[in-house]
Design a protein around this ligand. Structure first.
Ligand code: NDP
Length: 293
């Protein structure tokens, strides 16, 4: 089989290109979309993520604020900042980079974000709106990006059996809700670490989505020939041949799986680039909802 390699870089470029028109129009009418990104602590990987989000804003003409708070910032101080951002009319989206330091209660912080500015889609109001299929809510960016890839590549979901491996609130569960919605009409199985006979279940999938965080978990044995495979995993594995000493791989053993699929996302360059694009999209949506555009 000669699979379609789903190009997340190119698809994200198209999403961002389309957003430019919306942003220009909003700005012309005095409503420049704005995003605040909050980082607590010095985790290098988180810093890279935050910087790339701010850079994407700058390139698109989205107003941005970057808040880098010391590791010892208290819960109370963080919540005070969130309230300040909730009240700031220039800000339509608020994102607190995950994971925060251990002394911060992430869920309590999320509860303080105005749901209309919760562009990560983590607030219970937005979780409920996803389940209720109320499109005024915000959906977490990574599963939204996966749906965008399926749509862009005209991969049908209706009546298909989709197996999602992973049940986190950031990927697995929202992914499953999007797929089972009356827009996508898939039949969905959610698998996790306690699932019995994962391999047999995966072999029944027309579309297999891996969001686990285990390099190479999904091998050729998991694949029904002709299946579509989306690999959400981002894992560092040691690689002495690379200057950094590591390389990034997904949850799918790409070499053995790729020949069996009809379409597959590579890592890197598949799902990854879609996440920031959908964050920008959610920020523009938040701005439009606020100003009634
Ligand atoms: P979590 O650790 O929150 O969730 C992982 C899920 O995988 C859990 O539900 C867990 O089950 C399940 N799991 C773990 N081991 C197994 C196993 N052996 N068999 C079956 N299921 C298993 O991770 P996230 O959802 O946050 O992220 C998943 C991956 O996606 C990571 O590699 C992460 O880096 C990546 N990611 C990529 C993004 C992107 O932009 N492309 C964005 C977000 C995440 P249980 O619930 O039972 O513990």
């Amino acid at each position: 089989m000669n699979p379609i390699i789903i190009d997340g870089k190119e698809t994200s470029r198209k999403v961002l290109h389309n957003l430019r028109t919306d942003i220009a129009q909003l700005t012309q009418h005095g409503h420049t979309p704005g995003l605040a990104v909050v980082l607590i602590g010095e985790d290098p990987a988180s810093r890279v993520y935050v910087d790339s989000k701010v850079k994407a804003c700058e390139e698109l003409g989205i107003y941005s604020q970057k808040w880098v708070l010391p590791t010892e910032t208290t819960q109370k101080e963080l919540v005070q900042l969130i309230h300040q951002l909730n009240a700031d009319d220039r800000i339509h989206g608020i994102l607190v980079q995950s994971p925060p330091p251990a002394h911060i209660d992430e869920q309590a912080v999320i509860l303080n974000i105005d749901p209309r500015k919760d562009v990560d889609g983590f607030h219970p109001i937005n979780v409920a709106k996803l389940v209720l299929e109320d499109h005024t809510g915000f959906v977490p960016c990574t599963p939204l990006g996966c749906m965008e890839l399926l749509n862009t590549y005209s991969i049908p979901t209706q009546g298909k059996h989709v197996v999602v491996i992973g049940r986190s609130m950031i990927v697995g569960k929202p992914m499953a809700h999007l797929l089972v919605s009356k827009q996508a009409n898939a039949t969905v199985t959610i698998a996790h670490s306690r699932t019995a006979d994962l391999l047999s279940i995966c072999r029944t999938a027309d579309i297999l989505i891996a969001a686990v965080g285990r390099p190479g978990l999904v091998t050729a044995d998991f694949i029904r020939p002709g299946a579509v495979v989306l690999d959400v995993g981002i894992n560092r594995v040691e690689d002495a041949t690379r200057p950094r000493g590591y390389r990034i791989v997904g949850d799918v053993d790409y070499g053995s799986v790729q020949p069996l699929c009809s379409a597959i996302t590579p890592v890197p360059g598949g799902v990854g680039p879609m996440t920031i694009a959908m964050l920008m999209s959610n920020t523009v949506k938040a701005c439009k909802l606020t100003c009634g555009a």
